[in-house]
Design a protein. Structure first.
Length: 114
C-alpha cells in the first residue's frame, strides 16, 4: 500500500470511528449534510479542471474504463464523447464531475477503444 493510500485509509477509518460515536439523529443529519456539501465541492472542482476538447476518463456502470473527449461542460456534469471504436464513435455520456479523471492524450487508448 502506498503512503497516499495509507493516509487515505487512516483518515477514512478515523472519520468512521467518529461517526459511530454520534448519539443523536440531529448529529447524524449534520454529518450527512457535510458529506453532501463536500461531494458537491469536489464534483464542481473537477468540472472546473476540464474544458471542451479535454481527454478524460471514467468508469461506467459495467466497470469498464471509458476514455473520451469533452464536448460540453455544464455546472455539475460534463458531456463526454467516447473514443473511436471499430471506426464508429461510441455514445455520448453525461458524467458527474466527481467521476472524471483528466487524462493525457493517448492515441493508443483511442485505437483500441478503451
Amino acid at each position: 500500500m502506498s503512503q497516499r493510500d495509507s493516509n487515505s485509509f487512516d483518515r477514512t477509518a478515523a472519520a468512521v470511528t467518529a461517526i459511530m460515536q454520534l448519539e443523536t439523529v440531529e448529529e447524524i443529519r449534520a454529518v450527512c449534510d457535510a458529506v453532501k456539501r463536500q461531494q458537491t465541492y469536489l464534483s464542481r472542482r473537477n468540472v472546473q479542471k476540464v474544458i471542451k476538447g479535454s481527454v478524460v476518463s471514467f468508469v461506467d456502470r459495467s466497470g469498464r474504463k471509458i476514455v473520451g473527449t469533452v464536448t460540453k461542460v455544464n455546472r455539475k456534469t460534463v458531456e463526454v464523447r467516447g473514443a473511436m471504436s471499430n471506426g464508429v464513435f461510441n455514445s455520448l455520456y453525461k458524467v458527474p464531475g466527481s467521476m472524471l479523471t483528466v487524462e493525457e492524450y493517448a492515441p493508443s487508448a483511442e485505437a483500441v477503444g478503451v
